[in-house]
Design a binder for this molecule. Sequence first.
Ligand code: LMR
Length: 337
Amino acid sequence: MFAWTRRLTVIAATALLASGAALAQAPIVIKFSHVVANDTPKGKAADFFAKRAGELTGGKVKVEVYANSTLYKDKEEMEALQLGAVQMLAPSLAKFGPLGVKEFEVFDLPFIFDNYDELHKVTQGAVGKQLLGKLEGRGLKGLAFWDNGFKSFSANKPLKTLDDFKGQKLRIQSSKVLEAQMRALGALPQVMAFSEVYQALQTGVVDGTENPHSNLFTQKMHEVQKHVTLSDHGYLGYAVITNKKFWDGLPADVRAQVEQAMAESTAYANRIAKEENQQALEKVKASGKSQINALSVAERQAMKRAMVKVHQDMASRIGQDVINAVYKETGFDPANP
Ligand code: LMR
């Protein structure tokens, strides 16, 4: 009897030790949710980050990536992050308005960036840092800006002149600047979660939308849109964000390693984005499903004239100081756009 009790005690103690050891080794899990396909600039960068965070922390951190809205859609993922149900997201800069961070909508202003070099002066410089700081009051921590690219319009007809846009129902992200942009063109903007866009285009709930080519192609939107117009009229990119409480609670050494993984992933994302979008356009062309339309110089100029007035209309929402700070970096002259 006594021997039995002793044996049980030994077994229990061993089990306790084993579970203690397991606990000590249990990795810190970072659930990283996003809404696009794996095979996009953001999808690839998230996977890259997962790999590097695991390597640099020697397995102390395990990043689980949930792509394509499999875990949460646009609005839900923001709530999930604030509640701590996920630890990392990279929402488009056009989706922070509902959180009360209206300054990020500066990135949605039509024609504010001519190319990636101008954009990087903002996202990789002091202005970008200040903008990320705006998240702190929302229980969030901004870690980085990741590129996607410049948008094209798509619809079942070429969208080249203001007449073409008139009355077209066009899906937008949840940004007041994008809403104003579509109205300036004479179109009817419809806010919709990214996960619902393909079906809405297919069933005719909306007539068209705007996207970088990587999103257009990987969501197969080109299969339900007869025309794509190469307008490069605006930028779509991301802020990588985490829950501040979670971030501050990480052991300092682990946090530094995760920061290093993020820095490498940012360099990677911003290295591949342009090329990924070019390749996606080639694939759309090769599919033969959508006709690709170029704008003449005069058409682009007319589009620009109609849209640039949105900068002024939205200044009170975004903050003229924020807009001016971006103009200063990029050299954009509102008097001579
Ligand atoms: C969209 O909703 O169109 C984009 O924000 C999707 C994305 O994450 O690129």
